[in-house]
Design a binder for this molecule. Structure first.
Ligand code: SAH
Length: 268
């Protein structure tokens, strides 16, 4: 090749350089756009799959909850519409440890850590019905535990104050109830034996731990026409479910069936 020809080729190469780069970058641009769109569509499809999977899962829990209410609660004679609605509403599987989620709707109490338990669904429903919850009422619960009973009450009444003696449980339940959007529940760490005088009187007091007597401060904090539900007896074995009613300042007591609750502890 002579020098002239090689110069021509070089020259031609240089001349074609600009248009080639433009074409390449345009091509690159469309390639990137295509990839990005593809990525976005992929993410979008993944999102839809997740939403559908979640909806299916939610559906499964809703079915499990409806079955629980029908076979364990209605079948045993609980009929208060508010109580049944609340039991169908509260996602019990979100109140039990991850390792017990598959048993959340079974007919038994479950461990919630710190040697404590979430009561059997029918017991929660029974205590709720006995409390005669209604809109406009204020409730106090002693023994927050997982926060489940508090949530069931909060579905019906105006406000729920709940006290828990295990600090970790109080913290966890408060976070759980906040995450679930229960704005009408106030959780406090402390010894519930003394009640919560700052917010008394209460139309409903539910004690979900057992003692050999009903704490005097709780009786005092019961509103006129109010009802207190508590397991009373030997805290180490079995107790009787007691309903106290206050009418014209006078307290009457009703003794119901035998139950088994964890003991009411005291802070030193
Ligand atoms: N209601 C709970 C379960 C109750 S288990 C639920 O729905 O999950 C009883 C709870 O009472 C335990 O968490 C225990 O730590 C708490 N407890 C025991 N003695 C207490 C006291 N003196 N004051 C407040 N909570 C108490």
């Amino acid at each position: 090749m002579n020098v002239e020809k090689s110069e021509q080729i070089k020259h031609a190469g240089q001349q074609g350089k600009e248009p080639t780069t433009d074409r390449q970058s345009l091509c690159q641009f469309f390639c990137n756009l295509y990839q990005e769109l593809n990525m976005k569509s992929l993410l979008f499809i993944l999102l839809i799959i997740c939403i559908l999977a979640q909806a299916r899962q939610d559906d499964r829990y809703t079915t499990a909850r409806n079955n629980m209410v029908q076979s364990q609660i209605v079948a045993r004679g609980i009929s208060d519409p508010g109580t049944l609605r609340a039991m169908r509403q509260v996602p019990r599987h979100l109140f039990v440890p991850a390792s017990y989620v598959s048993e959340a709707y079974s007919d038994r109490p479950l461990p919630i850590g710190y040697n404590q338990t979430i009561s059997q669904p029918v017991i929660v429903a029974h205590m709720t019905e006995l409390a005669r919850p209604a809109k406009g009422k204020k409730a106090l619960e002693i023994g927050t535990g997982s926060g489940y009973q508090a949530a069931v009450l909060a579905e019906i009444v105006d406000s729920v104050y709940t006290i828990e003696i295990v600090p970790e449980l109080a913290r966890e339940s408060e976070a759980r109830l906040r995450m679930l959007g229960y704005r009408n529940i106030v959780v406090r760490y402390g010894d519930g034996y003394k009640g919560w005088p700052e917010h008394a009187p209460f139309d409903i007091i539910v004690v979900t731990a057992a003692a050999d007597h009903i704490p005097e401060p709780l009786k005092e904090q019961l509103a006129e026409g109010g009802r207190l539900i508590m397991p009373v007896g030997n805290p180490a074995t079995v107790q009787q479910l007691i309903v106290l009613t206050k009418r014209k300042g006078k307290i009457t007591e009703q003794r119901l069936e035998t139950v088994r609750f964890v003991p009411l502890k005291r802070l030193k």
